[in-house]
Ligand binder design. Structure first.
Ligand code: FUB
Ligand code: ZN
Length: 637
């Protein structure tokens, strides 16, 4: 089955990946780009920001160059994510030059792989005696997982045998070293990811040893919380991350087995990668207990710990979840990689359950907290995606030193930019799903879905307009097509006969042609947070369709926190093809409160003056220079 995206909105993103992100990131990873690299936090000297050195590390490990390893211990994963993004791009757009680069990278990775299959340039170069001995911090299997994902994607796109044999050699070595048998390491990596990679390799090859290895890692985690600390104690290498040993077991989801957990906890990306793999395991194995645990964690995140943007990770300390209803809007983390993890978790849950509620969140993250991570050209990236930014005062607060008002060109810890590239380049696989013989439309992204005996075309101007036309050509047996009814939509119409189940409107498509017109009422609405979310008390957010909107200083003047949205104010819409690559702006008559006093505190009552409020889609903020920004706005009678 093949999907081809035709949507103006998303085709542009995929073109950006191909035309800007892949060449740019190739140059950055090769240390050829003339850019300034920033730490993701101000004043954090522990992050190496001199250069990327990602490819150079492979050259050194392969013995082609002399030198030392440079960068984060998991720098290899930047190269693997680039390869994975290139693979998806090649799948849709064959490109000899790109393929030659990717082939050369595969050769280099193969050269850096050790004879027994081991692959990790940090340990090969700097600490060969310490392989797999410091798993809490080493990221060896995290990097390995990213390589397996890249290898599967590249093999599927190009049939490149060598990449698959490097992957199998690595996976086989991991299977040999880890597991319950005596003599093997009874543990797992400090950062989940290998599990996703092994399961992808299992799906491709059908080799059950990869499934068993993933199952072991997933189900063993948390049974022996002392594993990491014990390993570190027994090894004599100075700490790679000196403070990591002080983190609680929950940071690594190592405090209890997944099956016993009912709350998302610890490092958000780790948690979401664990969930992504768990949901896949539940599907492969049919294990109801694993499925229920996934559902519990999902519900906890989406009902109590997720931002309106779909972002996750409320605190910079440990880049972590904190707890239910703690959702500060200006100091949160919401790492771009966590958005990627949320989307992959959502997709796996959708495959597992066939419930539209997972696609609702997938869409929320995609249109908001994911693409806010990049600028409109794909050459600047946010690591952290806050919902409120005050560029003058945020930098003064050490508690907000991760909050930036302008996207840097690159980051010392560069996990997010190539993660965005691989997600966007593979967007095709999130739109549709074939499940139990039925067809699901999960995202309203104009595209064509072609199989051996069907062809489905959906066309719309989404996310700006809610009318979708769907044409089904069925050359085989009748099937049912489920059209997702988005949770944001209160009023919708669908032509012809249908029945509603699991959040989808189901239409029977007999052999031949079926035409469906689906119209979603799309207008600006206010959204309120649960009473328990203190940060949003008295405030409203504005959404239109799947898009969360925000106000920026450039449109609304100084100190935008003084702006108020009257309860009765109506929104007007204006499509602006000239602005920010074409956006629909929202406008309302609001109020500015000001006392114009120089005193810090005074008895002077604030004056209310009319102010016209302009809202833009949140994803497009920070593309017009340093700027205040706010999603939640005070509401008044
Ligand atoms: O540890 C590897 C990656 O770096 C994590 O996923 C990100 O959160 C960043 O810490
Ligand atoms: Zn990241």
């Amino acid at each position: 089955m093949k999907v081809r995206i035709t949507s103006d909105f998303w085709k542009r993103y995929q073109d950006i990946v191909r035309e800007n992100m892949l060449p740019y990131q190739w140059d950055v990873l090769n240390d050829r780009a003339d850019i300034r690299i920033e730490g993701e936090r101000r004043n954090d000297d522990s992050i190496p920001t001199g250069k990327s050195h990602a490819f150079e590390n492979f050259r050194i490990a392969a013995g082609k160059k002399e030198g030392r390893f440079y960068g984060m211990v998991f720098q290899d994963s930047d190269a693997y994510k680039w390869l994975e993004a290139a693979a998806y791009s090649l799948r849709n757009h064959p490109d000899k030059e790109l393929q030659a680069k990717a082939d050369a990278l595969v050769d280099l990775i193969g050269d850096a792989q050790e004879a027994d299959g081991y692959l990790d340039t940090y340990f090969t170069i700097e600490a060969p005696e310490h392989k797999y001995k410091r798993l809490m911090e080493s990221h060896e299997l995290y990097c390995g997982g990213h390589f397996l994902e890249a290898a599967v994607a590249y093999y599927e796109a190009t049939g490149h045998e060598k990449v698959l044999s490097i992957a199998r050699k690595l996976a086989d070595q991991i299977c040999l070293k880890f597991g319950p048998e005596p003599g093997k390491i009874h543990g797992y990596d400090g950062h989940e990811e290998i599990e996703i990679g092994l399961l992808r390799l299992y799906h491709l090859t059908g080799d059950a040893s990869y499934l068993e290895m993933a199952r072991y890692f997933l189900l063993e985690r948390g049974k022996n919380p002392d594993f990491f600390k014990k390993q570190l104690k027994e090894d004599d290498l100075p700490a790679i991350f000196p403070d990591m040993g002080k983190l609680p077991d929950s940071y690594f989801q190592n405090d209890m087995p997944f099956l016993e957990a009912d709350q998302a906890r610890g490092h958000a990306v780790r948690m979401l990668y664990q969930c992504t793999a768990m949901a896949d395991l539940a599907l492969i194995s049919g294990n109801e207990e694993v499925k229920k645990a996934c559902e519990r964690i999902w519900d906890n995140i989406t009902e109590k710990q997720m931002y309106i943007s779909g972002g996750t990770g409320q605190t910079a300390i440990g880049e972590s979840f904190t707890g239910d209803y703690d959702l500060p809007t200006d100091s949160m983390y919401c790492e771009t990689c966590a958005a990627v993890g949320m989307i992959t978790f959502a997709r796996q849950m959708l495959c597992l359950t066939g419930q539209a509620k997972y696609a609702d969140i997938m869409e929320r993250v995609l249109y908001n907290g994911l693409i806010s991570g990049m600028d409109l050209e794909g050459k600047h990236f946010f690591y952290v995606n806050p919902l409120e930014v005050h560029p003058k005062t945020d930098p003064l607060d050490p508690g907000k030193n991760h909050v930036k008002a302008v996207r840097p060109s690159w980051l010392g810890c560069a996990c997010c930019p190539p993660n965005l590239a691989r997600l966007l380049a593979s967007l095709e696989q999130y739109i549709y799903l074939k499940r139990d013989g039925n067809f699901l439309i999960n995202l309203f992204i104009s595209s064509e879905w072609t199989g051996s005996d069907f062809h489905i075309v959906q066309k719309s101007d989404y996310p700006w307009d809610g009318s979708v036309s769907i044409l089904v050509e069925n050359r085989g047996e009748a099937f049912s097509l489920g059209v997702r009814i988005p949770s944001w939509c209160d009023h919708w119409k669908l032509s012809g006969k249908f029945e509603v189940r699991d959040g989808y409107a189901w239409v029977l498509c007999p052999s031949g042609e079926t035409k469906i017109d689906f119209t979603m009422d799309m207008q600006a609405v206010r959204v309120y947070a649960n009473d328990k979310v203190s940060a949003c008390a008295g405030k409203a957010a504005v959404m239109r369709g799947p898009l969360v909107y925000c106000m920026e200083g450039v449109d609304n003047g100084r100190e935008i926190s003084n702006l108020v949205l009257p309860v009765k104010a109506e929104f007007t819409e204006n499509y602006r093809p000239d602005l920010l690559n074409g956006i629909l702006t929202l406008h309302a008559d609001g109020i500015r409160e000001t006392s114009e006093t120089k005193e810090l505190y005074s008895h002077r009552k604030k004056q209310k003056t009319p102010a016209s409020l302009t809202f833009i889609p949140y994803y497009a903020w920070a593309n017009r220079g340093e700027n205040e920004m706010q999603v939640w706005i005070r509401e008044e009678n």
